[in-house]
Design a binder for this molecule. Structure first.
Ligand SMILES: [Fe+2]
Ligand SMILES: [Fe+2]
Length: 193
């Protein structure tokens, strides 16, 4: 599933369980960043009509996820904390060289988005299967289904707008790079940490 080359160590869930407030705060900002990415793709690539239409729908969906997580934080009597750097994403987006044609830049951004969705989906699946708190596990199961659709949508657009063979090769190389980043992660209570 998802093509990821290195599965998350299930012990990561034990770390998360000890600090649910922290993971929910981090998660809320993942949803905010997903929303911001969709808006940014509209602004950067307005002539890709089909993409724009899908990104409008995605903005609505991701901001509704943000609200779900925010409501969960409030339900627990907490207040949303400040955002932190997502080291995983910052490392990931160094993979493709900067520049190139507009199409190349679009393909790279779509592939990064697809991979972040895929890894988030994998992490949500693990939470849905392993969390002791069954209510929270169910919450993550629902989100996992949406993120899986986002992963296939982004990858589909990359293949549609770029050269298919070239995109497939870039995707495989990005997956290899991501597995190397992941080898050092899985040790903190963040969605990608
Ligand atoms: Fe989401
Ligand atoms: Fe998503």
């Amino acid at each position: 599933m998802l093509g990821l080359k290195l599965p998350t160590d299930p012990r990561w869930v034990n770390i998360v369980e000890k600090n649910v407030e922290f993971i929910l705060t981090d998660h809320a900002y993942c949803e905010q960043k997903a929303t911001s990415t969709a808006i940014s793709l509209i602004v950067s690539f307005p002539e890709y009509t089909e993409l724009v239409q899908e990104m409008v729908a995605l903005v609505k969906e991701e901001i509704s996820h943000f609200k779900m997580v925010h409501d969960k934080i409030l339900e627990n009597g907490w207040v949303l904390g400040r955002d932190r750097k997502d080291e995983y994403v910052l490392k990931l987006i160094t993979f493709f060289p900067k520049g190139g044609s507009r199409t190349t830049q679009l393909v790279h951004r779509l592939l990064y988005a697809a991979l972040i969705e895929a890894r988030s989906c994998e992490r949500f699946r693990l939470l849905s299967e392993e969390l002791e708190d069954k209510e929270l596990a169910e919450f993550y199961r629902k989100l996992m289904v949406s993120e899986a659709n986002h992963y296939t949508m982004f990858l589909g657009f990359a293949r549609q707008y770029g050269d298919k063979d070239e995109v497939n090769e870039k995707w495989q190389n990005l997956l290899d790079f991501e597995a190397k980043i992941m080898a050092d992660l899985g040790k903190s209570e963040t969605i990608h940490g």
